[in-house]
Design a protein. Structure first.
Length: 108
């Protein structure tokens, strides 16, 4: 990665960081129905991972059959995206399990 790429990436990160800053509001004042809960977001992400894996499997099968519209490059990218999404989901699950264990082991 060149210095120009790093500088532009840092600039984008700073811009997104300033856009994400919201005014501080107490948690009690924020209604629960304002956003989606964690469970719903996790279900959505699991569905997206499943769809990604399904798409990658279909592309791999189409490539193995020799379909003319499917090339090796796109197939490998789809497989790698599905693998990355699955690994990220596993890491989230592992962190959730570890957090649960930590909470359960706290003295009362």
């Amino acid at each position: 990665m060149s210095a120009i790429d790093i500088d532009s990436l840092l600039g984008q990160m700073r811009q997104l960081s300033t856009q994400m800053r919201l005014p501080a509001t107490p948690a009690a004042a924020t209604p629960a129905a304002q956003g989606a809960d964690f469970g719903a977001l996790f279900k959505q992400s699991l569905a997206a991972v499943g769809a990604s894996q399904s798409e990658a499997g279909q592309m791999a099968a189409a490539f193995e059959r020799g379909d003319p519209g499917v090339d090796l490059g796109r197939t490998m990218v789809a497989v790698q995206k599905a693998d990355l999404a699955f690994n990220a989901t596993v890491q989230v699950r592992n962190r959730l399990v570890q957090a649960y264990k930590d909470i359960m082991n706290m003295p009362v």
